[in-house]
Design a binder for this molecule. Structure first.
Ligand code: ADP
Length: 199
């Protein structure tokens, strides 16, 4: 089985690409969704997060408040790393399980949608890398609008990642999302068609 790692920068349009791929019938593993599953109340990861960050990052009924945790870790690289050490091994196991399921179902090409493919230690798990690119101004505007953030907070979140201009150096394919959604769709359709026919 060939694993395509799909990534981008926050606000570059990766989720749109992922949605289009699903519409086209691609099996897409959503690393963020698996991360959220690991953080559900009572899970081992949830317990470890609570031990490190205390009640301040939990709601009254014990749900993890990702936005609060986000405010803590996006300001502090050491805390981001500590959280990764808690979360990544559990997510990695869930990804392995999903890949096994999809192999059993006979899929030859699978997309792993993973925002921090290049920041984290994930690269050896994929066979090729697709990066969704928007220019920095578009990225900022899209993050502010989608996440209802001021420009300073949005910029901080963008700055916590490797700049997109650097990420595209690792790409086997760059998906150009500087245009319309329909042009994005056309590119993704072509790319998926090629991946399936050469897979
Ligand atoms: P990412 O997953 O990379 O963080 P999203 O796919 O969520 O980014 O895109 C960020 C926001 O910008 C979303 O609200 C999305 O609908 C919008 N968006 C993405 N691409 C385009 C585009 N080509 N034209 C207009 N809006 C777009």
């Amino acid at each position: 089985m060939r694993v395509v790692g799909l990534t981008g920068g926050i606000g570059s349009g990766k989720s749109e690409v992922s949605r289009i791929l699903r519409e086209l019938g691609a099996p897409v593993i959503d690393a963020d969704a698996l991360t959220h599953q690991c953080q559900e109340r009572g899970e081992d990861v949830w317990r470890a997060v609570w031990r490190r960050y205390g009640w301040g990052v939990l709601s009254q009924d014990g749900e993890l408040l990702r936005r609060k945790l986000g405010h803590v870790i996006f300001r502090d690289a050491a805390e981001r790393e500590a959280l990764n050490q808690i979360v990544h091994p559990a997510v990695r196991q869930k990804i392995r399980d999903r890949l096994n399921d999809l192999t059993v179902l006979g899929h030859r090409v699978v997309v792993l949608d993973i925002p921090l493919l290049l920041e984290g230690d994930w690269r050896e798990g994929v066979d090729e890398i697709w990066v969704v690119y928007s220019d920095p101004d578009q990225q900022l505007a899209r993050v502010m609008q989608r996440d209802h953030l001021g420009s300073e907070e949005a910029q901080r979140r963008i700055a916590a990642q490797i700049p997109l201009a650097d990420k595209i150096r690792y790409a086997d394919h760059v998906i150009d999302n500087q245009g319309s959604l329909s042009s994005l769709r056309e590119q993704v359709k072509q790319l998926w068609h090629n991946a399936r026919t050469t897979g």
